[in-house]
Design a protein around this ligand. Structure first.
Ligand code: DSN
Length: 407
């Protein structure tokens, strides 16, 4: 690469990704094939429109790529219609809302502070500005309170009920949400971004049979390139989604990313991906158990999926922000996260979110989870002892070097 400045930071980032234990629950490491597709000459091509109906010539190859992406995605999630063009999960959600709602319509969702997502109605996001969002809550133990969802649905009469979360460690009962939506005649939508890889492999029940629209990103547990997808079994809704995505909110699709998505779906259809997803869950259970044994309080007392949420303020008297910085010091990357009914502001927060999708891609196993829990615990124990923190960092490096990246 001729641009030395950018090359320098890519090299540094590669080293960071190689040396650190990556526990950010929404991140992963893609295969060499996906990396190659996303870095390919496909980035040069404009292809506004859809396969066989483009506004540009020369789309013969990208048409085949988008068709392959759509067909593989349909097969993977057993769904009739899919749009693979959204640039991100946020635009996928924007398109889904526009396909189902009018501005100002009411939506019932899990808000960001309860474990939802910015685009699930936060006031600083287009979602909270364009629609009237109401939030359902968690029980004090941290589980979705389905009785409250039903009560609020009947009271508020939203046009849409939304399920899906960014920091919810338990299974979501999509059938229950559908039952409530039907009871009040609301649309039901699921944003399964975090759990897509588990849904693809049957390790989390699929929302496809229940929801009018399912959105997802492709880069979390699904281990594809950064991007979004929208799925539905309803042809009329599908037509609307297509026109909302293009020309409604996007221009030319990112064909290099769509090629990466196509490869991701193919990889996720392989039996080895099921094994991978099972290992994510096994590792997460083990990490949760090991932290609990060392006296850490986990929201809901454990996990069913790829992530866990530690109440670090109650467990060790540090805010999420302080804990995130401390773990960074020893080479463990996590993110601070609000916990349900948090008394601290989001930029400080009382929680830490940890996920096992990325480290499982590197081949970390359950024995490694014991070592990670030990390193985390020692970091809190010796938080003011630089010599000890250096030693813990060495242990982290030993672990990451025993599971090298393949790039
Ligand atoms: N920012 C992502 C996450 O970390 O969960 C969600 O889009």
């Amino acid at each position: 690469m001729l641009d030395k400045e950018i090359k320098h930071f890519i090299t540094e980032e590669r080293k960071r990704q190689e040396d650190n234990i990556e526990l950010i629950a929404s991140e992963n490491y893609v295969s060499n094939d996906i990396l190659e597709a996303v870095g390919s000459i496909l980035t040069n091509k404009y292809a506004e429109g859809y396969p066989s109906r483009r506004y540009y010539g020369g789309c013969v190859n990208v048409d085949e790529i988008e068709n392959l992406a759509r067909e593989r995605c349909k097969q993977l999630f057993n769904v009739k219609y899919v749009n693979v063009q959204p640039h991100s999960g946020s635009t996928a959600n924007m398109a889904a809302y526009r396909a189902l709602l009018n501005k100002g319509d009411k939506v019932l969702s899990m808000s960001l502070d309860q474990g939802g997502h910015l685009t699930h109605g936060h006031q600083l996001s287009f979602s909270g500005q364009d629609y009237e969002f109401y939030s359902y809550h968690l029980t004090k133990e941290g589980f979705i309170d389905y009785d409250e969802v039903r009560r609020l649905a009947i009271e508020i009469k939203p046009r849409l009920i939304l399920a899906g979360a960014s920091a919810y460690p338990r299974m979501i009962d999509f059938a229950k949400f559908k039952e409530i939506s039907d009871e009040i005649g609301a649309f039901f939508m699921v944003d399964m971004a975090h759990i897509a890889g588990l849904v693809a492999t049957g390790l989390h029940p699929s929302p496809i049979p229940y929801a009018d629209i399912v959105t997802s990103t492709t880069h979390k547990t699904l281990r594809g390139p950064r991007g979004g997808i929208i799925m539905t079994n309803n042809y009329q809704i599908y037509k609307k989604i297509n026109s909302v995505v293009f020309p409604g909110i996007q221009g030319g699709p990112l064909m290099h990313v769509i090629a990466g998505k196509a490869i991701c779906f193919k990889e996720a259809l392989e039996p080895s991906f099921k094994e991978y997803a099972q290992n994510i869950v096994n590792n997460c259970h083990r990490l949760a158990d090991e932290l609990i044994q060392r006296g850490y309080k986990l929201i809901t007392g454990g996990t069913d999926n790829h992530l866990l949420l530690v109440d670090i303020f109650s467990s060790r008297g540090l805010s999420g922000k302080e804990a995130e910085t401390l773990l960074d010091r020893v080479g463990i990357t996590v993110n601070k996260n609000s916990i349900p009914f948090d008394t601290l502001p989001p930029m400080i927060s009382s929680g830490l979110r940890m996920g096992t999708a990325a480290i499982t891609s590197r081949g970390f196993n359950e024995a490694d989870m014991v070592e990670i829990a030990e390193c985390i615990d020692l970091a809190f124990k010796y938080k003011d002892d630089d010599t000890m923190l250096d030693k813990i960092h060495d242990r982290v490096l030993k672990l990451t070097r025993s599971h090298p990246l393949w790039y």
